[in-house]
Design a protein around this ligand. Structure first.
Ligand SMILES: NC(=O)c1ccc[n+]([C@@H]2O[C@H](COP(=O)([O-])OP(=O)(O)OC[C@H]3O[C@@H](n4cnc5c(N)ncnc54)[C@H](OP(=O)(O)O)[C@@H]3O)[C@@H](O)[C@H]2O)c1
Length: 496
C-alpha cells in the first residue's frame, strides 16, 4: 500500500528467500506476483531471489519449472526479456527445512551483512514446519540484523488461541516484532483497501455508517472449489479456522473500524483490534444461536457432478469437519451496538464470490403505502471483492410513467477504468514486504483477539463430533444458515 511508507531506501532487501518454492502457494501466487512486479519494474536491480526446496533440482530444472509455472499463471503471454531478467535473479537451493546444514549453505549464499541491509524469508511451507525454520535461522544468525531481516508467515497462524500464542512466543524469541509479517492476503485486495478510501475519503458515507442507518452487515466468502489436494490440512482445520477466523474477521474489522488518526501500520491495527475487542463474547450456551456448520455432500457445479467431502481423497471416513460456517456477531460499541454482522463461508458453494453487503434500515415512514408501491426494499451497499471488484449502491427511483411506481437502480462506483489491470493481492503484499510497509499485515494482538472471538465455537464443536448436517455441493449452503437472522426480512445476499 503506497499510502504509508515506513521503509528507508537503505532498508530495501537485496535477497528474497522462498522456503517451499516448489509448493502450491509459491507456484500459484508468489512467483506470478514477483514476475508481475518485475514486469512493472518494481524490483530493485540488486534484488536476488533464492528458491529453497527439497527436490534435487538444478538451477536449469528450476528455470524450466518457472517457465511452465509462469506460462500458465501470469496475465498475458510470457514476455521474454522480462522472463530473462527475472530468471537471472534466481538461484535454486536444495535443502531440508529440518537440517541446519542447509541453512549454513543458505547463509553462505547470501551477501555479507555489510554488503546488504536485509533479507526476506518467506515461509511458503506447512505450518508444522514454521518452528524448524524460525529456530534454524537463529542458529545460523540469519535472524539478524534484528529489525532488518524479515520473516513472512502464512496463515493459519496457530490452530487455536493457545497454539497461536506458542508460535508467537517462539517468533519473538528469535525475531523482533518489526521483522514479522503475518500475511492475510484478503487485506491486499483492492476492494478491501478501497473500502478504507470509500469510508474515510467520502464525507457522504461516514455519517450513515452506524447503527442509526445500517440494519445489518453480511460478509460472504463463497468458494465453488472443494478441498482439492489439501485434505491432510483441511480435515484438521475446517472452515472456521481456515477462513472465518482470519479472512472474514479481517474484513469485518475493516468495515467496522473507527477512522484511524493516520494511515500508518500501527494506527490502523489499533483500530482493528478495538473492533475485535468489542465483539460480544459468545457464551457456550449461545453457540447454537450464533453459529451454523455443515459439510458438503455430493452435488453438481456448473453441470458437473462433484464428490461429497467424505468421498474426497484422504478425508477421514465419517469426518465431521465443517466445510461451511455461518456466524452472527455483535460489536458492542457506540457505532454498532445492536447491528448483527452475519459472516459465512464455505466450499463447493454455487459460485466463487466474496461480497460485503451492507443493508440499510427501512425509511421511518411508509410514505408510499397508498400507491402501487407495496413495500420498498431497503438500500444496499455492495462491495464485491472477487471475482469482480466493484462497489454498488442500490437506491430507489421512480419508474417513468403515469403511476407512482419505483424500481431499484444500481449506482456503480466501479473504481477501475477499462484499461486498468487488476492487481493480485500478492503483488501488493510482496511489494509491501520488500518496502517494509506493515500496514496490511496483521499484528499478533489481532490474531489473538480473532482467536478469542471464535474460541467458544471451536471448543463447543470440538466436543460435538458425532454428527454434522450436510448441504448439496453447488447450493448456497444449508437452509439452517437462515436461522441466524434476527428478523424475517433479512436474507442472505448471494449476488452483488
Ligand atoms: N496453497 C495455497 O493456495 C495457500 C493459500 C493460503 C495460504 N497457504 C499457506 O501457505 C503455506 C504453504 O502451502 P502450500 O499449499 O504451498 O503447501 P505445499 O504445496 O505442500 O508446499 C510445501 C513446500 O514445502 C516444501 N517442503 C516440505 N517439507 C520440506 C522439507 N522438509 N524441506 C524442504 N522443503 C520442504 C515442499 O517441497 P516439495 O515440493 O518437495 O514437496 C513444497 O515446496 C501453508 O502455510 C499454507 O497454509 C497456502
Amino acid at each position: 500500500m503506497t499510502l504509508a511508507k515506513n521503509a528507508l531506501p537503505e532498508n530495501l532487501p537485496c535477497s528474497f528467500v522462498i522456503f517451499g518454492a516448489t509448493g502450491n502457494l509459491a507456484s500459484n501466487k508468489l512467483l506470478p506476483a514477483l514476475y508481475h512486479l518485475e514486469a512493472a519494474a518494481r524490483l530493485s536491480e540488486s534484488l536476488s531471489l533464492i528458491a529453497f526446496s527439497r527436490r534435487a533440482w538444478t538451477t536449469e530444472s528450476w528455470r524450466e519449472h518457472m517457465r511452465e509455472v509462469l506460462a500458465e499463471r501470469i496475465k498475458g503471454p510470457l514476455d521474454t526479456p522480462v522472463f530473462e531478467r527475472f530468471i537471472a535473479r534466481f538461484s535454486y537451493l536444495q535443502g531440508d527445512l529440518n537440517d541446519v546444514e542447509s541453512y549454513r549453505t543458505l547463509a553462505a549464499r547470501l551477501p555479507p551483512e555489510s554488503a546488504c541491509s536485509a533479507t526476506v524469508f518467506y515461509l511458503a511451507i506447512k505450518p508444522s514446519e514454521f518452528s524448524a525454520v524460525i529456530e534454524n535461522l537463529e542458529v545460523v544468525g540469519l535472524n539478524k540484523p534484528r529489525g532488518m531481516n524479515r520473516v513472512v508467515i502464512e496463515k493459519p497462524f496457530g490452530e487455536d488461541i493457545e497454539s497461536a500464542q506458542r508460535l508467537n512466543r517462539l517468533l519473538h524469541l528469535h525475531f523482533d516484532e518489526e521483522q514479522v509479517y503475518r500475511i492475510d492476503h484478503f487485506l491486499g485486495k483492492e476492494t478491501v483497501q478501497n473500502l478504507l478510501v470509500f469510508r474515510f475519503a467520502n464525507t457522504l458515507i461516514e455519517p450513515l455508517w452506524n447503527r442509526n442507518f445500517i440494519d445489518h452487515v453480511q460478509i460472504t466468502v463463497a468458494e465453488s472449489i472443494g478441498i482439492e489436494k489439501r485434505a491432510d490440512y483441511y480435515d484438521r482445520a475446517g472452515a472456521l479456522r481456515d477462513m472465518l477466523q482470519n479472512h472474514l474477521m479481517q474484513l469485518l474489522t475493516v468495515v467496522a473500524m473507527e477512522p484511524p488518526p493516520a494511515l500508518e501500520a500501527d494506527a490502523l491495527r489499533d483500530e482493528k483490534v478495538k473492533v475485535l475487542r468489542s465483539i460480544r463474547p459468545i457464551t457456550k450456551r449461545a453457540v447454537h444461536a450464533h453459529a451454523v456448520r455443515a459439510q458438503y455432500a455430493r452435488g453438481s457445479i456448473d453441470g458437473q457432478s462433484v464428490l461429497g467431502y467424505q468421498q474426497e481423497a484422504n478425508v477421514e471416513p465419517n469426518s465431521t469437519t465443517e466445510t461451511f460456517v455461518a456466524a452472527k456477531f455483535y460489536i458492542d460499541n457506540w457505532r454498532w451496538r445492536g447491528v448483527p454482522f452475519y459472516l459465512r463461508t464455505g466450499k463447493r458453494l454455487a459460485k466463487q464470490t466474496s461480497l460485503i453487503a451492507i443493508r440499510f434500515r427501512h425509511p421511518p415512514q411508509q410514505l408510499f403505502r397508498e400507491t402501487p408501491v407495496e413495500s420498498i426494499d431497503p438500500n444496499w451497499i455492495l462491495l464485491s471483492i472477487q471475482p469482480e471488484e466493484s462497489m454498488r449502491m442500490e437506491i430507489h427511483v421512480k419508474q417513468p410513467g403515469l403511476d407512482m411506481d419505483t424500481r431499484v437502480m444500481q449506482m456503480n462506483a466501479s473504481f477501475r477504468k477499462t484499461d486498468e489491470q487488476t492487481l493480485d493481492a500478492y503483488e501488493t503484499l510482496l511489494l509491501d514486504v520488500i518496502e517494509g510497509d506493515r500496514s496490511l499485515f496483521i499484528r499478533f494482538d489481532e490474531v489473538e483477539w480473532a482467536w478469542r472471538v471464535v474460541d467458544p465455537i471451536l471448543k463447543h464443536w470440538a466436543v460435538e463430533r458425532e454428527y454434522i448436517p450436510t448441504y448439496a455441493a453447488g447450493s448456497w449452503g444449508p437452509a439452517d444458515a437462515n436461522r441466524l437472522f434476527d428478523s424475517d426480512d433479512q436474507n442472505w445476499r448471494n449476488e452483488p
